[in-house]
Design a protein around this ligand. Structure first.
Ligand code: MIC
Ligand code: SF4
Length: 643
């Protein structure tokens, strides 16, 4: 039997189930990561279990999203997170240390290990050969409590890379090319595994750009083999001992294979407002732009920033353009300070900001009204930048910087010779903002700090057999968790306060949603295809739970959001006949009959509205059904722990 790399890692970590795509299996988790915007909930959930310590080998709590601190809320969250890390033995990455995925790649990610993170871009670590999966916070809490992680066994798609990227094309263009091919729903329940001769031309951070944006395909994960480039990257961070060579067997059995000749890849760009609306830059060049941002967990590595600095050397940013740079980690920022390259940015007219997510999640640097912004980021959903009518395009560093100089969308191939510079072989291991776990004997004295913005979690009641209420909203297709529960500078600080943040559910699609949900005492959500794509934020389930949402009925779900609904006891249901979607309207009354009995018997659920009878189905494992019936995973685990 020839194994894929994914298959090998799963096999090594398998706790239950088989490697049969579509069935549920459980794996042991070696590492976890959280970031602050999802982490406060994850740790509140963990505290609920009343356990003395964490059960994982290595867990890191990062602060990188909410670093604006316009009020006390974010700083309160940081203090809470630090106190939890100290009490329970986690690493703590303080604000300013960098973006979780970049820092994790540099300091902790290891080939052949399993990692779950409460952030959808956790598969960034696939660039180093880890099987890394984005999850809701409650999965992290469960892993910290010692539970294996359950998932639908993914099918493994092979991506066969040949050739070498031409000058001015980059690994960002490779993933944009795949997004164009497969769209934002093309990867659900799949792992994209890269192999072939072309792999060796890509460094770990370049690979990580690709695995990072595999999240935009809706994929479970993406992974590269671990080879001499992996070894070089680990050595540069003083971690040569973490290296092991890992790859798929030759002629491994892939579900399907995508062939990509890297030498044919040209500079591409994702147009507003979805990462899969991809065009070649040559085709759409000339569009006047107002803002350019380089950074985010997709493109803020040493190579990315050095390249930008080299291109900018001796040049100026166009006077109509605001150019923002957020280095991925403090280590990278410091390297550019020490080698003098940071000054090329400053001399060109760049605005250097903290090593954090920043504008990627709408924390500052919102574009002007109607502005066009080119960003090296991974998501360009409408309004995510903080400006409702701005347009964001996603591109490589090469395209972004060329455009910043010219003031319009520019093909970087017009810039002349491609800058050359050596890879850095020795990064300083500065840990001034990265705190190691406290020694055991010091942990007892630590008190958990909970500021006034940190409110208790809502909990669901056990599932009732008959459910009734109004359809509170009917959405279209590809609804993102940014649509359900927006982020940005005003709303993100409320992540630890579910009653407050609930006032913003669906606010961009339907400002009356909150008041209607309160008036109707909860109800149902109806949606189309790929409902809940994008981020891992549990708040897109927790806030609807707080508002009394009982079930979400759609054509198809995105993976992480569906898991979050289950974890919080909201039924994720699917139309048996997709055409019934057309027959339902907002404000209709809806009844679901004998739900618990149907789930236990594996039968379709009968539903009725306006005299119309129809049926609903579900893709749920027996374990997931029991979680839903118990009223969510917290209730379920508490029951198990009390046994
Ligand atoms: C994102 O990129 O949307 C985020 C913010 O990193 C989210 C997590 C969150 O909403 O806190 C993600 O990707 O999971
Ligand atoms: Fe942060 Fe943006 Fe990456 Fe999300 S996608 S982790 S907000 S940098």
């Amino acid at each position: 039997m020839k194994h894929t790399l994914t298959g090998k890692i799963i096999k090594k970590h398998l706790v239950s189930g088989d490697l049969k795509p579509g069935t549920e299996l459980a794996i042991k988790i070696d590492q976890t990561l959280t970031q602050d915007a999802t982490g406060t909930m994850a740790y509140l959930e963990f505290l609920n279990f009343n356990l003395p310590k964490i059960a994982t080998k290595l867990s890191v709590s990062y602060v990188d999203h909410n670093t604006l601190q316009a009020g006390f809320e974010n700083a309160d969250d940081h203090a809470f997170l630090q106190s939890v890390a100290e009490k329970y033995g986690l690493y703590f990455s303080k604000p300013g240390n960098g973006i979780c995925h970049q820092v994790h790649l540099e300091r902790f990610a290891k080939p052949g290990t399993t990692l779950i993170g409460s952030d959808s871009h956790t598969p960034t670590a696939g660039g180093i050969g880890a099987l890394a999966i984005g999850v809701g916070g409650l999965e992290i809490a469960s892993a910290l409590a010692g539970y294996p992680f359950s998932l639908t066994c993914p099918s493994v798609v092979g991506v066969h890379l040949t050739g070498k990227l031409p000058a001015w094309s980059s690994s960002k263009d490779v993933i944009l090319y795949i997004l164009k091919l497969l769209t934002v729903k093309g990867g659900v329940n799949k792992v994209f595994e890269y192999f072939g001769d072309g792999v060796k031309s890509l460094s770990v951070p370049e690979r990580a750009t690709i695995t990072n944006m595999g999240a935009e395909l809706g994929a479970t994960s993406s992974i590269f083999p671990s080879d001499i480039n992996t070894k070089a990257f680990l050595s540069a961070f003083g971690r040569a001992k973490d290296y092991i060579a890992m790859s798929a067997d030759k002629d491994a059995n892939y579900e399907s294979i995508i062939e990509i000749n890297l030498s044919k890849i040209e500079p591409l760009i994702a147009m507003p407002h979805s990462p899969d609306i991809v065009k070649s830059v040559a085709e759409v060049k000339g569009i006047k732009i107002n803002q350019v941002a380089v950074g985010s967990c997709t493109n803020s590595s040493y190579k990315d920033l050095m390249l930008a600095a080299k291109i900018l050397k001796g040049k100026k940013i166009h006077k109509e353009v605001s150019f923002i740079v957020a280095p991925g980690s403090k280590t990278i920022l410091n390297a550019l300070i020490k080698n003098g390259h940071l000054s090329y940015f400053l001399e060109a007219g760049a605005r250097i900001i903290e090593s954090a997510c920043g504008p990627c999640i709408g924390m500052g640097h919102a574009p002007a009204s109607g502005a066009i912004s080119i960003r090296t980021f991974n998501r360009n959903f409408k309004g995510r930048s903080g400006t409702a009518d701005a347009s964001v395009m996603l591109a490589s560093v090469e395209v972004a910087v060329a455009s910043a100089i010219k003031g319009e969308l520019t093909d970087p191939r017009t810039l002349g010779a491609y800058p050359k510079f050596p890879a850095l072989i020795n990064f300083e291991s500065d840990t001034s903002l990265l705190l190691s776990p406290l020694p055991l004997k010091k942990r007892d004295a630590i008190k958990i700090i909970m500021g006034p913005n940190i409110k208790p979690l809502p909990t669901a009641k056990p599932l009732a057999d008959n459910l009734s209420g109004k359809i509170l909203i009917k959405t279209g297709h590809n609804i993102t968790t940014d649509d359900i529960m927006p982020a940005g500078a005003k709303i993100l600080p409320l992540r630890s306060n579910i009653p407050e943040i609930s006032k913003h559910v669906f606010i961009k699609l339907d400002p009356e949603f909150y008041s209607r949900a309160i008036k109707e005492n909860g109800g149902f959500i109806v949606g189309g295809d790929n409902y809940g794509q994008g981020s891992s934020r549990e708040h897109a389930a927790l806030a609807p739970l707080h508002l009394g949402v009982k079930a979400v009925i759609v054509k198809t779900f995105a993976r992480i959001h569906k898991a979050n609904l289950i974890n919080f006891g909201i039924l994720p249901l699917v139309f048996d006949n997709p055409a019934d979607y057309e027959k339902l309207y907002a404000n209709d009354s809806l009844e679901l009959f004998n739900v618990v009995k149907a789930l236990r018997a594996g039968r379709k659920i009968k539903a009725r509205t306006r005299g119309l009878d129809f049926e609903l189905i579900y893709q749920l494992s027996e374990r997931e059904k029991e979680i839903l019936i118990a009223g969510g995973k917290i209730n379920f685990i508490k029951k198990e722990l009390s046994k």
